[in-house]
Design a protein around this ligand. Structure first.
Ligand code: ARG
Ligand code: GLU
Length: 659
């Protein structure tokens, strides 16, 4: 009895058997397919990933540097998020053609707009190369060989489980990707930063592109002679929609998770790192918001900056809350205790803890620099200064300089202060006075010796920290030495799992490689009596609509549509009223990078496009809680309706496979 209880406890602690947790490698999905089918999936492992026949993976792309996209026609039509296509949409926008504000709808192929620097990557195949590397082949050799196999091939060897496994990913990259359609921002970015990470949500976060290829259907640099790419596979689009409880699967490129970090690191994140970053950003956002409120021109000028700063700021708040709510630190401690007991390798944990304690001051200071002194440009271009808005910007910019130096001075408690900064503050009398001096130099004389020396000082500290940590990446709260130790620890965790017949229950941390996650459409009860329904509708948009509030000012065409209820085939009956579905929640385990990912039903048909999580889910990068962690998707029926009725681009629907 006691044994059973203990085993059960271990299972609960470590058990990724938790419903719907996991981001699985598509080539190994056979291990999960039984569970997927038990939950309602109707297709096979081969339908998801195959190198012998066309499979779903051939319809998914890494879009640009950090989003996902999916192919939805035999002629290269692609969907992703509005916020993923934002740069492209913005780059084609001008005062005369303001596609961000009014939307863009190419009326013919000739009107589709090419985008310099934008590419998409299809996964050709992935394979484990751990043995080849153990036998002496280098990653460079393996990559070179793979890239010689086909036109536009780009290969990478990626580490799984901190390097216990090496996987080769071979992609085919297409560089001619054209903008086909984008809704007005008042739909595509509806709710803006106010609603970001929030449920209930009403954002039509989609944009439409097309992949072009040479006449031989192979990758080619942009040319007017290129033709729409014919993909091996595209997703059929379901017009039937989803209901609570329906199976969903997400196929995309999650960027980064930290499932296996040490308890000490969890504590550092929740008690030091996130709170520091949140506090610094709260002040920064305050300065920027005040400037934005003072002048419409400043609102636009700082819009992108505000959105970027606010995005992670809000995410970290959810992370701290979630770690606290779940008791992740205590659970990790207990896992570590039981790991040591079960495997006899308590030493690896001791070593890890020792190394983390050594690395912490460097890690912390690196994060502090990134949030303070490294956010300043130490100069302004002639163009910026010539802009009439610059006089008004100055006050805000000066305040940002002051804030950066004040925060750095106040919070830099673990390493000696940069000599130039210490001397500068001493001489000026205070961090704010020194910041003023630096700001004035940045405006008047960016080449001034004092500025150059300061920048050198910051760079020198940065270099020293990178040397001490042995890694350039700020991503995983580790050092080169910790990475080695984690490899041993995680290998131990895997053997422990296998010994207890839980093999196949662990998944490698997300690292921007293609993954499958699955779950279902579901609401959640966050607290007693606080239930969130999983579906939102057009009525919710109308309820939020307010021409006075920038984030909630919808296009007149949407108001008119709602007034006439002339939704045509896109209208549905919900609770006895005629409306249009807009967004839905699901239990799929996702993270940044999953933006734009296809949400598929049990038959592999497209039912939504992923674009967010709820902010109270974001601890799922560290610990997933199936009861409240939810991803947010825009319902494909809303996407189709906007294309059809708002964009008047129904012809795009003709090339889709609607089911
Ligand atoms: N939170 C989403 C993500 O992490 C959406 C961000 C873009 N949208 C916004 N309102 N800032 O990327
Ligand atoms: N919006 C995020 C992205 O761009 C997805 C949200 C998240 O799950 O972190 O990938």
């Amino acid at each position: 009895m006691k044994r059973t209880l203990l085993t059960l406890f271990t299972l609960l602690l470590l058990a990724p058997a938790k419903a719907d947790e996991g981001m699985w490698l598509p080539s190994l999905i056979a291990h999960r397919i039984g569970d997927m089918r038990a939950k309602g999936f109707r297709l096979t492992a081969d339908d998801i990933y195959s190198i012998n026949k066309a499979s779903m993976k051939d319809a998914v792309v890494l879009f640009g540097g950090g989003c996902t996209g999916e192919l939805i026609s035999a002629e290269g039509l692609l969907l992703t998020n509005h916020h993923c296509g934002y740069d492209a949409i913005q780059s084609h926008s001008s005062v005369e053609h303001d596609y961000l504000t009014h939307g863009f709808w190419a009326r013919a192929r000739e009107e589709e707009l090419p985008n310099k620097g934008l590419n998409v990557k299809f996964l050709v195949r992935m394979e484990e190369v751990t043995d080849r590397m153990a036998a002496g082949e280098t990653a460079e050799e393996i990559v070179r060989q793979a890239e010689a196999e086909g036109r536009g091939y780009k290969a990478r060897v990626e580490q799984m489980y901190y390097g216990n496994q090496q996987f080769l990913f071979v992609y085919q990259q297409f560089d001619d990707v054209r903008l086909v359609a984008a809704p007005p921002s008042s739909i595509g970015k509806f709710g803006g930063d106010t609603d970001n990470w929030i449920w209930p949500r009403h954002t039509g976060d989609f944009s439409v592109f097309r992949v072009y290829a040479g006449p031989d259907n192979q990758p080619a640099a942009y040319s007017p002679d290129n033709i729409p790419y014919r993909p091996r596979r595209h997703f059929a689009v379901s017009t039937k929609g989803v209901e609570e409880g329906d199976f969903t699967m997400i196929y995309g490129f999650p960027g980064n998770t930290q499932q296996y970090i040490l308890s000490d690191v969890v504590k550092y994140i929740a008690e030091t790192s996130d709170p520091m970053k949140i506090a610094i950003r709260t002040r920064r956002l305050g300065i920027i918001a005040e400037a934005q409120a003072s002048d419409p021109a400043l609102r636009i000028c700082y819009a992108a900056k505000h959105a970027t700063i606010a995005n992670a700021w809000k995410k970290w708040q959810g992370e701290v809350l979630g770690i606290d709510r779940l008791g992740t630190y205590a659970k990790k401690l207990e896992t570590e205790r039981r790991f040591a007991e079960a495997t006899g390798d308590g030493e690896v944990l001791q070593e890890l803890k020792k190394e983390f304690a050594r690395a912490l001051p460097y890690y912390y200071t690196r994060e502090l620099l990134a949030e303070t002194l490294l956010t300043l440009a130490y100069g302004y271009t002639a163009e910026e200064k010539a802009d009439p808005i610059f006089a008004e910007r100055e006050a805000a910019e000066r305040a940002l300089y002051r804030q950066a130096f004040e925060e750095y001075a106040a919070r830099n408690t673990l390493l000696p202060t940069i000599a130039e900064v210490a001397a500068g503050i001493e001489q000026a009398g205070s961090p704010a006075a020194y910041a003023d001096r630096i700001f004035e130099l940045a405006v008047a004389d960016p080449k001034a010796e004092e500025l150059t020396a300061l920048k050198k000082g910051i760079a020198a500290l940065h270099t020293r920290i990178v040397d001490e940590l042995g890694t350039k990446s700020l991503r995983n709260f580790n050092s080169a030495r910790m990475n080695e130790l984690y490899a041993r620890y995680v290998e131990g965790l895997r053997r422990w799992a296998a010994a207890e017949k839980r093999e196949g229950a662990m998944f490698p941390d997300a690292n921007l490689t293609l993954r499958v996650a699955y779950g279902k459409v579901a609401g959640y009860e966050y607290a007693d009596g606080e239930y969130h329904k999983p579906l939102t509708t057009l009525d919710g948009i109308i309820a939020k609509d307010n021409p006075e509030i920038y984030d909630y000012d919808i296009p007149q065409s949407l108001r008119d549509l709602h007034a006439t209820k002339d939704y045509g085939r896109w209208g549905v009956e919900i609770d006895g009223r005629r409306t249009v579905p807009v967004c839905f929640l699901a239990t799929n385990h996702t993270t940044g990078g999953n933006s734009g990912s296809p949400i598929l039903n049990a038959r592999g048909e497209l039912v939504g496009i992923n674009f967010d999580r709820t902010w109270r889910s974001t601890m799922s990068d560290i610990e997933f809680d199936p009861t409240i962690c939810r991803n947010i998707a825009v319902d494909i029926r809303y996407v189709l309706m906007v294309i059809d009725r708002i964009g008047g681009a129904g012809y795009l629907l003709d090339e889709m496979t609607l089911r």
